[in-house]
Design a protein around this ligand. Structure first.
Ligand code: COA
Length: 182
């Protein structure tokens, strides 16, 4: 049996056709983004592709916010390769890149009737909100968050909060539970 090898790389505009194809396959699960929106992610280097034996087998879209939260609008794997850790590998790559860039958390949404509802908690995400179903036909949506905070980053974030706080608030902030902006 030939060896299997995988790589993860930043997607480029030449991957648009693949993204359109896989998004269509999972349209009920990942929702719909127009071609131009997908292209925007590709042009901003906001997409990862996982390949198996040099062929794309999944993708992930991401967008960091100014507040240090990396949103994940879509992640999708080829149906033939489900449950072979491809999704975990993509999220793991993003997690390391986001941590290295000083981000605080990864955040994703999933409906309760999709595979993602089993996937996100299994790889360390915590349910942080329940959003109303988009329509009567749909199931509720769960917001999932994966904290990237380490003690060192927490200390930096606290210092930043204290430096930007008004003097009167700083005294409160020192003794209080200092929270990052949501
Ligand atoms: C969600 C998705 C990306 C997961 O990718 P994947 O490569 O199949 O997931 P992994 O193999 O890395 O699974 C990691 C863990 O998640 C859980 N999991 C994933 N799929 C599961 C399933 N069908 N049933 C039960 N648990 C599942 C398991 O705990 C699994 O670990 P295990 O196999 O050791 O038990 C994939 O199912 C997919 O593309 N779904 C359609 C698109 C979608 O819903 N995207 C998310 C919303 S944008």
């Amino acid at each position: 049996m030939p060896a299997t090898y995988r790589t993860i790389r930043t997607a480029t505009p030449s991957d648009l056709k693949y993204l359109v194809h896989l998004q269509k396959r999972w349209s009920n699960d990942v929702g719909f983004l127009p071609r131009q929106a997908l292209l925007d992610y590709l042009e901003r280097r906001g997409a990862l592709i996982i390949t198996q034996n040099a062929e794309p087998c999944g993708y992930l879209l991401f967008r960091p916010s100014k507040r240090g939260i990396v949103r994940i609008p879509q992640v999708a794997i080829d149906p033939e390769l489900l449950r072979s850790t491809a999704g975990t590998c993509l999220l793991s790559k993003l997690k390391h890149a986001a941590t290295a860039n000083g981000c605080f958390a990864l955040r994703a949404l999933s409906r309760t009737d999709t595979l993602a509802h089993l996937f996100f908690p299994a790889i360390g995400f915590t349910a942080t909100a329940v959003l109303p179903a988009p329509s009567k036909r749909h199931m509720p949506v769960i917001e999932w968050t994966h904290s990237l905070l380490t003690p060192a980053i927490t200390a930096q974030a606290m210092l930043r909060t204290l430096r930007t706080a008004e003097p009167t608030h700083a005294a409160t902030a020192i003794g209080a539970d200092v929270r990052l902006p949501a």
